[in-house]
Design a protein around this ligand. Structure first.
Ligand code: NAP
Length: 496
């Protein structure tokens, strides 16, 4: 993302990011809490399989303490003038930006993504603080005359209350800041539960928020090996009014059912199965570049990743050849190596799933154009892979691949492309490549997803509403919509 940043103190003038902050304990009420004798959760480097650190395993009692801390801080934070909240959020942006390199290294270490992707994530994650610092002072109410002319309608937008935030491992910084920044802008206090695979970034950022002036208890962070009962205990607390979750559709369904028991407001950013459509009239270079970005950002471990790539008959062979050349030239290695373009997968299980999907597609008639074989040695690697003529009944046409595998299939007509694109329960993102703008807009409108990249392989932008239709979720994050998810409309009926 190319966004101008303000002049900041040199990174060396600031205290370093603490990569082992999580080892100090759960972050509750502004304290690092590590109860003696408590079990811990090992954090593994996916490039080697080595344990990097371990973080505490929170119990239901810890979760209750975190909600207590969020409740104790709620009144003060809600009463903090929006301008002051805005300044603190701006400071979070500045500190994150100044420490881009350290944060990127930490993300790369625990998640495995290539440093260039990690730097992109830090810029994206920090931008949610800048954007929401601007939103914090622009939350408007309404004052209107009712149609009868007799009464006035006053609408205030109030912080919704204490929020439970749950995030996945694939963007350890951005998925958290995309929730924390608008929640704080709205005047809410939060408890964040990051993914067990990548908690170090979340804890390092907690220390940074404190340094930026976020008061104790406004942001609390805990990790646990028992997310079901720990989350259920928090959602059952009547002081909690909001659940904002990013993760798989499978867990999203479980949490929606749990939240329904307490009639909680829910924002759900769930799984995807993005189609990428290349029409005959597309600019080949633009389409290949876009497909590389849509497929290979984070080595394919993205909810917006192009999961199914449909190319029209007239461009199919040239597109497949050019994409295969680019995919097979990618440098695979540990994320923290500066030259790496494709890092390891998050776990051995993730590699196993990709292998299963590739084997299934090949057994149903797909052709392997490159990759497709897991390398020997340490680390959870899978090579960039291109499959041609993937049949519609292949498992990967319906499940998230979440890895560096491009699944190509051919189509003939626009109607056929739209039908293929919509043949999924997911509706997060889609990509369309054509030089005919009218066709591009027409097809974008016919595809049932929350977001469409038109001649672009990247849709994520803190200034735009991110989210899905169908089983990809509920609500939007980012843009003017993001902060609304953390506000409740209060209507006051009055006669002057
Ligand atoms: P996941 O397995 O659903 O886990 C997501 C989070 O939920 C983790 O913090 C996990 O904790 C927690 N969790 C698991 N079981 C839970 C339960 N019973 N109650 C409460 N929390 C529970 O997803 P993931 O594998 O981390 O992430 C990949 C998925 O996220 C993909 O499907 C991807 O498409 C989706 N995603 C969506 C978006 C979006 O914006 N739409 C963005 C990024 C990722 P533990 O780690 O401790 O299990």
């Amino acid at each position: 993302m190319n966004i101008a940043t303000p002049t900041l103190p040199a990174s060396s003038a600031l205290p370093a990011i603490d990569p082992a902050a999580g080892a100090r304990g759960l972050y509750i009420g502004g304290h690092w809490v590590r109860p003696a004798g408590r079990q811990s959760i090992p954090v593994v480097d996916p490039s080697s399989g080595a344990v990097l650190a371990d973080v505490p395993d929170a119990t239901i009692e810890d979760a209750k303490a975190a909600v207590d801390a969020a409740a104790a801080a709620a009144r003060g934070w809600r009463a903090t003038p929006p301008r002051r909240r805005s300044e603190i959020l701006s400071r979070c942006f500045e500190l994150m930006t100044a420490r881009t390199e350290e944060l990127a290294h930490l993300i790369s270490l625990e998640n495995g993504k290539a440093l260039r992707d990690a730097r992109g994530e830090v810029a994206y994650a920090a931008e949610f603080f800048r954007w929401n610092a601007e939103e914090a002072v622009r939350i408007r109410g309404e004052f209107t005359l009712s149609p009868t002319g007799a009464n006035h309608i006053v609408v205030d937008y109030e912080p919704i209350g204490i929020c439970v935030l749950i995030t996945p491992w694939n963007f350890p910084a951005a998925m958290a800041t995309r929730k924390i920044a608008p929640a704080l802008a709205a005047g809410c206090t939060v408890v964040l539960k990051p993914a067990s695979e990548t908690p170090l970034t979340a804890y390092a950022l907690a220390a940074l928020y404190e340094e930026a002036g976020v008061p104790p208890g406004v942001v609390n962070v805990l990790t646990t090996t028992t997310p079901g009962p720990v989350t259920a205990a928090m959602l059952a607390d009547p002081r909690v009014r909001k659940l904002s979750f990013t993760g798989s559709t499978q867990i999203g369904r479980v949490l929606l059912a749990e939240a329904a028991r307490h009639v909680l407001s829910c924002s759900m950013e769930l799984g995807g199965n993005a189609p990428l459509i290349v029409f005959d009239d597309a600019d080949l270079d633009v389409a290949v570049e876009g497909a590389m970005l849509a497929k290979m950002r984070n080595a394919g471990e993205a909810c917006t990743a192009a999961n199914r790539i449909y190319a029209q008959a007239g461009i199919y062979d040239r597109f497949a050849e050019a994409l295969t050349a680019r995919m097979s030239a990618l440098k695979v290695g540990p994320g923290t190596d500066a030259s790496t373009e494709c890092g390891p997968m998050i776990t051995p299980a993730a590699v196993g799933k990709i292998e299963r999907l590739v084997d299934d597609a090949v057994s149903r008639g797909a052709t392997l154009l490159c990759g497709g074989r897991r390398p020997e040695g340490a680390g959870f690697f899978y090579p960039p892979t291109v499959l041609s003529k993937v049949p519609h009944d292949a498992a990967m046409a319906h499940e998230e691949i979440f890895g560096p595998v491009a699944a190509l299939a051919r189509f003939e007509t626009e109607d056929e492309a739209v039908a293929f694109a919509n043949a999924t329960e997911y509706g997060l993102a889609a990509y369309v490549f054509t030089q005919d703008l009218a066709r591009g807009l027409r097809v974008a409108r016919r595809i049932d997803t929350g977001m469409v990249g038109l001649n672009r392989g990247l849709v994520s932008d803190p200034a735009a509403p991110f989210g899905g239709t169908k089983q990809s979720g509920l609500g939007r994050e980012g843009g003017a919509h993001g902060v609304l998810e953390f506000l409740e409309a209060k209507y006051i009926a009055t006669r002057l």
